[in-house]
Design a binder for this molecule. Structure first.
Ligand code: GAL
Length: 675
């Protein structure tokens, strides 16, 4: 498969010249401004179907030819999009089957975007023809450096074609109805299925209670989306085998399991819209963004592309604040710190009408370069040029945080022990603690390889896929450390509860048996008491949300509950297993405890923090390349912060740096040294 090999850091954005074809001179002015802002790549044609095929079978590609020729002549490359994210009206009118059907069985009208059936042979046929035609005409154009497939795939369709595809998917998964009935536990409430035709997607006007069905439907939606994407990509691979392919993914999106996209794309790309300025300080926002960036890098274990970000504000929040001065540079460099090799925007030129006319853009309606936003975008371009030696760099392999979509879906489906499972909050609690400890974190799912890491953190591992418990045991036996929590090892891949005690197949790994789960009311807490001579400092740490009532079965009890009927019973345990350790946190622990825990584990496991003793609000990320180490320091606190760094040189100014440096609010420094 071809790789993303853009020779410099990319800088650019979504470019929609088709919206401006009736305004002469716009393309030429855009090119002038692109060069001025140090932009070198544009994503073109994302929603251009109506311009590319104004009537069925009538292609109008000459305007696009002119755009590509002009960009190329000016040194600007292109990610060429397939336009499948939105269809022209003539298609919906003549072939209504391309439109989506809702869970209640009603078919949508034409409109919006992403309003198409992923199964419809008619839609797939149109997409195939369009993509082949684009590839034939432009696939070997020197401006084109990759394919941008569709745009933010998402949603689901419940039409008859999709129902049939779902039944085929289930037949393939289970083989027989007997197996399906067992996996779905259909003896409950007379749910037994006696013919494949009885199967239907979950819907509020029908079946919603069979958890196995709901989970399989979510799996199917990903499967069908990937199948559609593969069908889109097939003609491109045939005609342009050397052009790498990506599709832009979304932040913490729970509708699709992006880990299943890995084999279909050549590089990962991502659209980021963090809510800068919405909290008292930006640390929480930054950590959420960083989590997603680390996931993108981990998908292919390679640098990725920030395909969209706003240069100023969005238009879809209740209140859309522009980025404050300096935040654009900080947020763009944060993506680079986490492995992005390109920083791109939605959108290059602000559209004049329709729903995104007030969304941030590099070129505002004023139409020139004399804006704060344009200047800040230009600064990002200048920094990216100076960072060239870091292009392609990767962080050291230290920690893997397990984020598994099937686990997330299964938790969301579960009725009890509380409605809100807060899986993302649990993940972010651990992720934040690991980042504050200065560690590099990959975000992987249960199926990805565990080797090479020193620490695996798997909070709320409610659903455990086949083989995962054994793989964790192998990892720990060989000297690795694993941390898991309450609400783990509850169900298998079919959403059937483990028999014989929780955490199921991991009972011996953690050396505990979890007998009961006590969910706490919102705002209520318990505490964990850690005594002297334990691996974490003695003290009283707050816990909340859920308390597993556990028994140590071989594990060392590190801390015990302070109150309730399980006072004095184990709350934190550490089990020596082979050459490694398995920690079980029976309740959701406060950040102070997690800081202690990860400092202790990092030291014992020999995981070197990027910077020791990071002050609150500062992140330190490392990219290594060819013996050089690039340290990205970022301040997300609401006040300046001092950090101690070892000797190196400022990658932007070239000045020597070392000892204590002060990062202003929104400050960023990139320090380069030999490893
Ligand atoms: C993205 C989408 C873009 C644009 C942007 C606005 O999710 O891909 O086309 O709509 O949001 O923030």
């Amino acid at each position: 498969m071809p790789e993303w090999k853009f020779p410099v850091f990319g800088h650019g954005g979504d470019y929609n010249p088709d919206q401006w074809r009736h305004v002469p001179g716009t393309l030429e002015e855009d090119v002038r401004l692109m060069k001025l802002s140090h932009c070198n790549i544009m994503s073109v044609g994302i929603f251009s179907w109506a311009a590319l095929e104004p009537e069925e079978g009538v292609y109008d590609f000459d305007w696009l030819q002119n755009v590509l020729d002009t960009l190329y002549a000016n040194g600007i490359s292109v990610l060429l999009a397939t336009p499948s994210g939105a269809r022209p009206a003539w298609m919906s009118q003549k072939y209504p089957e391309v439109l989506r059907v809702r869970p209640d069985g009603g078919r949508n009208l034409h409109g919006a975007r992403h309003n198409h059936c992923f199964t419809s042979p008619v839609y797939r046929g149109f997409v195939k023809k369009m993509n082949a035609a684009l590839a034939e005409r432009f696939g070997h154009h020197p401006a084109v450096v990759g394919w941008h497939i569709s745009n933010e795939y998402g949603g689901e369709c419940h039409c008859e074609l999709c129902q049939q595809a779902f039944r085929d998917f289930l037949k393939n998964r289970y083989g027989t109805l007997e197996k399906l009935n067992q996996a779905w536990w259909t003896g409950f409430w007379a749910k037994t299925i006696t013919s494949w035709d009885q199967l239907h997607s979950p819907t509020p006007i029908g079946e919603m209670e069979v958890h196995g069905l709901s989970l399989d439907w979510m799996r199917f939606v990903t499967h069908q989306t990937v199948d559609f994407m593969n069908a889109e990509v097939a003609p491109l691979r045939e005609i342009t085998p050397d052009l790498p392919v990506t599709t832009n993914m979304m932040f913490s999106f729970d509708g699709l399991d992006y880990y299943r996209f890995i084999d279909s794309i050549d590089f990962a790309s991502y659209d980021a819209y963090p809510g800068w300025g919405e909290e008292d300080d930006d640390l929480w926002v930054a950590e959420n963004a960083a989590f997603n960036y680390d996931m993108m890098r981990s998908l292919k274990n390679r640098p990725w592309v920030l395909m969209e970000s706003t240069p100023s504000q969005v238009n879809w929040k209740p209140i859309c604040k522009p980025k404050r001065p300096g935040v654009h540079l900080l947020s763009s460099m944060q993506a680079v710190a986490h492995g992005a090799d390109s920083v791109q925007y939605f959108q290059w030129r602000k559209s004049r009408g329709s729903s995104e006319k007030l969304h941030g853009a590099v070129v505002d309606h004023v139409g020139n370069e004399h804006t704060r936003v344009f200047r800040e975008v230009t600064e990002v371009g200048q920094w990216l040029e100076k960072l060239q030696p870091a292009l392609g760099g990767m962080p050291p392999k230290q920690v893997a945080l397990i984020y598994d979509l099937e686990n997330r879906w299964a938790q969301d489906n579960a009725q009890g022990p509380r409605d809100d499972k807060q899986y993302m909050k649990a993940l972010m609690g651990h992720y934040g603690a690991l980042k504050r400890a200065g560690l590099s974190v990959d975000v992987i799912d249960e199926t990805m390889p565990f080797d090479g890491y020193g620490l695996i953190v798997a909070p709320q591992m409610y659903l455990v896929k086949p083989g995962v418990a054994d793989r964790l045991k192998t990892f720990v036996k060989a000297g690795g450390t694993v941390v898991s929590t309450y609400f783990s090892g509850i169900v298998d891949e079919n959403d059937l509860c483990a028999l014989g005690g929780w955490p199921g197949d991991m009972m011996d790994l953690f050396g505990v048996w979890a007998e009961e789960i006590d969910p706490l009311f919102p705002g209520k807490t318990n505490a964990v008491i850690v005594g002297a001579d334990q691996p974490v400092s003695a003290g009283r740490y707050t816990c909340d949300f859920m308390c597993d009532v556990i028994h140590a079965r071989g594990a060392q009890v590190v801390g015990t509950y302070e109150s309730d009927y399980y006072a004095g019973m184990p709350a934190i345990t550490c089990n020596a297993y082979g050459d490694g350790e398995a920690w079980y946190l029976a309740s959701r622990m406060d950040s102070e405890f997690l800081a202690q825990l990860y400092a202790r584990i990092a030291e014992k496991a020999g995981l070197k923090p990027a910077v020791k003793h990071l002050p609150y609000g500062v992140h330190a990320d490392v990219r290594e390349k060819d013996g050089a180490r690039f340290l990205f320091l970022q301040n997300y606190a609401a006040e300046p912060k001092a950090v101690c760094v070892s000797e190196g040189c400022d990658a932007i100014t070239g000045e020597a740096v070392g000892g204590e440096i002060t990062l202003p609010v929104h400050g960023i420094r990139i320090i380069c040294c030999r490893k």
